[in-house]
Design a protein. Structure first.
Length: 424
């Protein structure tokens, strides 16, 4: 740590002790940080082996770290803290290490679901916990760097889910587009950039083939977690998922979402059932492809296949979403039932390169190959900017990006430039 970080994390007394005495004791009790690490692991419902695999450490290291009086290298302790969504900077100094207890309880609850609801695997629990750590650290860095969102998103949540819920989703999408300065028929060129403008962290992760995305709160801040596997491998589907999570985050009261709300692909394809999900689905498609623009296409074009193809290519939505959206808009707005059963996806366009560039650029290319996908993008840029501003050292940056300091040296500007909005 440099002096700025010691001052920020531990205060003036710590900085004065380092200057006067050469060191500062950061453990608050004889059984710390062992007690905090073990309590957090158990709170998440994990065993030592599961935690060890996620942190890429041995089970012996985890057991030793959880044993009071044993000496464990600081970097290994910090890695465990990050994996458990603790503030590893104060691990041992502050009991509980700033862990969001409600988040821990919620993740354990989701891992023990019964009945028809899918339970989260230990791997997914740990991925969401790590995402929570990234969200909290990114927001902390933004505050330290003086970043202010281009567009404020306050607490004007909407708790109205009365039927027809799709109309409520459409209205909220229109309101959001207006706040973003989008014209009535203008495409959303990059959902990723929308999240940046709103100051909302976006964490991408490889979450398997069932879960599409999530919103995660850590402390006072909430971010979006987006799966890059399964149907989301198609960038147009992933845009829909990101917009769905954006609808949750902007408009659903926190009590509806809890500390974590995880969405499956199946839930996102349903038209009925959970009204919170149904409204978020309606918001997502109307945000990307405004209903009035769909009506205009219906008026301007005579061929249904062409209508769907134009919807896909112009607004960046998948075949399934475009087909369903066209059917619903014309039925609900024009009272006309249109038969699209003969329209097949095999004749439809694929995402052009510019869609991939605008949404995917830090996935497909990153200057430091070893940085996990969950820590690229805006987070990596914030870390790099903090180094250049002398808020943190290169050594700390490497620990946060899970790479070696020498891999970052000379690449900070590259990391910063990759997070900037693209003009493609």
């Amino acid at each position: 740590m440099n002096a700025a970080q010691v001052l920020h994390v531990f205060g003036r007394n710590a900085l004065r002790a380092v200057v006067d005495e050469g060191s500062f004791q950061i453990t608050s009790a004889r059984d710390e940080p062992a007690r905090t690490l073990r309590a957090r692991r158990e709170q998440l419902g994990l065993n030592q082996g599961q935690l060890a695999r996620a942190a890429e450490l041995s089970a012996t290291v985890v057991a030793k770290a959880e044993t009071p009086g044993q000496v464990t290298p600081i970097r290994e302790l910090q890695r465990l803290g990050q994996t458990l969504a603790l503030d590893e900077q104060v691990l041992g100094f502050v009991p509980g290490a700033g862990g969001d207890e409600e988040l821990g309880v919620r993740l354990r609850t989701l891992s023990a679901r019964r009945g028809d609801e899918p339970a989260l695997s230990p791997t997914l629990v740990l991925q969401l916990a790590e995402a929570a750590w990234v969200i909290a650290r990114e927001n902390q860095l933004q505050d330290a760097l003086g970043d202010v969102p281009e567009i404020a998103s306050g607490e004007d949540w909407d708790d109205d889910y009365h039927a027809p819920v799709y109309e409520k989703g459409y209205r909220l999408a229109e309101l959001t587009r207006t706040r973003l300065g989008l014209s009535e028929h203008e495409p959303v060129r990059s959902v990723r950039d929308v999240l940046r403008r709103l100051g909302i962290p976006l964490i991408q992760a490889e979450m398997g083939r069932r879960f599409a995305g999530a919103t995660v709160a850590n402390g006072q801040r909430r971010g979006v977690v987006l799966n890059t596997q399964g149907f989301n491998e198609n960038v147009w589907v992933r845009r829909m998922t990101a917009s769905h999570e954006l609808g949750h985050l902007l408009w659903d009261p926190p009590v509806r979402l809890g500390r974590v709300r995880v969405d499956t692909y199946e839930e996102m394809q349903q038209l009925s059932g959970d009204q919170v999900e149904a409204r978020a689905n309606a918001f997502a498609i109307a945000f990307l492809a405004p209903p009035r623009a769909v009506e205009q296409l219906y008026e301007d074009l005579s061929d249904h296949t062409t209508m769907i193809a134009v919807l896909m290519d112009r607004y960046g939505v998948s075949f399934t979403a475009a087909k369903l959206h066209l059917t619903n808009v014309i039925k609900n707005r024009r009272r006309i039932d249109i038969d699209l059963s003969s329209v097949k996806g095999t004749r439809m366009p694929e995402p052009a390169g510019q869609w991939l560039v605008r949404e995917d650029w830090t996935n497909d290319f990153y200057p430091v190959a070893g940085v996990p996908i969950s820590r690229r993008g805006m987070f990596g840029a914030c870390v790099a900017r903090a180094v250049k501003a002398k808020l943190i050292t290169l050594d700390v940056a490497a620990a946060w990006l899970q790479c070696k300091p020498e891999e970052l040296d000379g690449r900070l500007d590259d990391l910063i430039s990759l997070a900037a909005p693209t003009a493609a």
